[in-house]
Ligand binder design. Structure first.
Ligand SMILES: [Ca+2]
Length: 175
């Protein structure tokens, strides 16, 4: 038992350290129909978490005043049936005015344990506007029930501190 726990820990450590892993050919995918999205911070009116799901860059999710207080910010996606062969995520653009944008995002999954205890990987060197936009393969294919996007480092802006703006979050799945 002790050995298997150590093995799990080692795998998580490897993923978090961004060691090279063989990631098969993949394609971007919107979050499945019926996905429920919530976050640990408040959003501006009309710019809520649901705007992350529509595949459109002109609908954005923006934090309310004071939400960018330095804490790790979490956005959770609960899938109606689970999704097979996930290898990463896609991100839309961030704040084009260079005020509120992510630097680093960790992606964790619930693979059926009921906890977000599988770290798929960490995305570094994000930034304002199009610098955050892109496809981010992270891991070997894994089946997931839920995803937690953790914004671990971010620009808080000057004056009013806000959680980073993001226009969309999708999945990357193996072909
Ligand atoms: Ca959107």
């Amino acid at each position: 038992m002790r050995i298997s726990i150590l093995c799990l820990f080692s795998l998580a450590t490897l993923a978090a350290a961004d060691k090279p892993v063989e990631i098969p050919a993949h394609k971007p995918s919107l979050m499945p129909e019926g996905t429920k999205v919530t976050g640990t911070y408040g959003t501006e009116a009309g710019q809520g978490f649901e705007n992350l799901l529509d595949g459109k860059d002109d609908t954005v999710c923006s934090g309310g005043p004071g939400t960018g207080n330095g804490d790790v910010l979490r956005i959770r996606f609960v899938f109606p049936k689970g999704v097979a062969k996930v290898v990463g995520i896609t991100l839309g653009a961030s704040d084009k005015f260079h005020n509120y944008f992510p630097h680093e995002i960790e992606v964790a999954a619930d693979t059926g344990t009921g906890k977000f205890d599988t770290v798929l990987g960490t995305i570094r060197d994000l930034g304002p506007g199009q610098k955050t936009y892109g496809q981010y393969p992270l891991c070997k294919p894994v089946g997931v029930k839920e995803i937690e996007v953790r914004i671990t480092k971010y620009e808080q802006g000057k004056g009013v501190k806000r959680a980073p703006q993001i226009s969309d979050i999708g999945l990357l799945v193996a072909r």
